[in-house]
Design a protein around this ligand. Structure first.
Ligand code: ZN
Ligand code: ZN
Length: 270
């Protein structure tokens, strides 16, 4: 069962690559769309050792901003007591930096309600390359790894390895956009059947770990994707008992709840 009155993946003005739309605008848009449960999941700061490979180095919030973000969402909760407003983070899964990520975010875990673990970078020949920065940078990744399907397989297997760490300490509840490379899928010829083995293995691991999945509608808004992330794994994940939480991944207020109706209309079985 999907809760269509819940948006579990929202960014904020604290996101350096997002918009300056104030927090209350996100809430007003949620109210207008009948959304009653909202989780703010700003990109958690990176551990000091990780150097953001994107040109502007603006993938995540700075460590200095984190207490300000926490305070702002807590204040917002007090302003809208009628809503179930949750404080979260979108935590990057960075292969090789797991222990640091866990250690430096742990002091904040107590105040967090629920968080998302997302992979945005892939480790290739000793270098972490961005997955979803641009079509050009993604194509570099494809060429370095071999093919689109190779990127998908590596995305899945890396994440599966990463699930060995105790992410519950950081209140991780679900995995963000589990098939993020499909953001650029229309630029390539590929067949999901060829990544099925790795996909099944990852889903089984997620089920064992008790995590859910982020049914992320940002993919619908991307011209080279045209579908929500995770929707193609729903049938299999559901048989494994994995729950789904809708997320708009809004970086601007007007995107809160975006695409939820499209999913609700199409997927009458949900
Ligand atoms: Zn973002
Ligand atoms: Zn993300």
């Amino acid at each position: 069962m999907i809760d269509f009155t819940r948006d579990g993946h929202l960014h904020t003005p604290f996101c350096p690559h997002g918009s300056n739309d104030p927090l209350h605008m996100y809430v007003e848009q949620a109210l207008a769309r009948g959304i009653k449960t909202l989780t703010f999941t700003e990109h958690a700061p990176f551990p000091a050792r990780f150097l953001d490979p994107t040109p502007e180095k603006d993938s995540a919030m700075s460590l200095e901003s984190l207490p300000l973000y926490i305070e702002a969402v807590q204040k917002l909760k007090r302003s809208y007591p009628e809503l179930d407003l949750r404080l979260g983070l979108e935590i990057d899964y960075l292969p090789g930096c797991e222990a640091e990520t866990l250690a430096f975010l742990e002091p904040y875990a107590d105040v967090l309600d629920e968080t998302i673990l997302s992979q945005h970078f892939l480790f290739v020949d000793g270098e972490l390359l961005p997955v979803d920065f641009s079509a050009e940078s993604f194509d570099t990744l494809v060429r370095r790894v071999g093919s689109f399907e190779d990127v998908m397989r590596r995305y899945y297997t890396t994440l599966e390895v990463g699930l060995a760490f105790p992410w519950e300490c950081l209140k991780v509840n679900r995995i963000g956009h589990i098939d993020l490379p499909i953001k650029y899928q229309t630029n390539y010829v590929w067949d999901r059947a060829n990544v099925q083995k790795q996909q099944t293995s990852l889903l089984q691991r997620i089920a064992e770990r008790g995590f859910g999945l982020d049914l992320n509608t940002a993919g619908l808004r991307k011209p080279e994707c045209r579908q929500p992330y995770a929707i193609d794994v729903m049938t299999e994940a559901s048989t494994l008992g994995i729950p789904f939480v809708l997320g708009s991944d809004a970086h601007i207020a007007k995107d809160v709840g975006s695409g939820f109706e499209t999913i609700q209309k199409k997927a009458t079985f949900l």
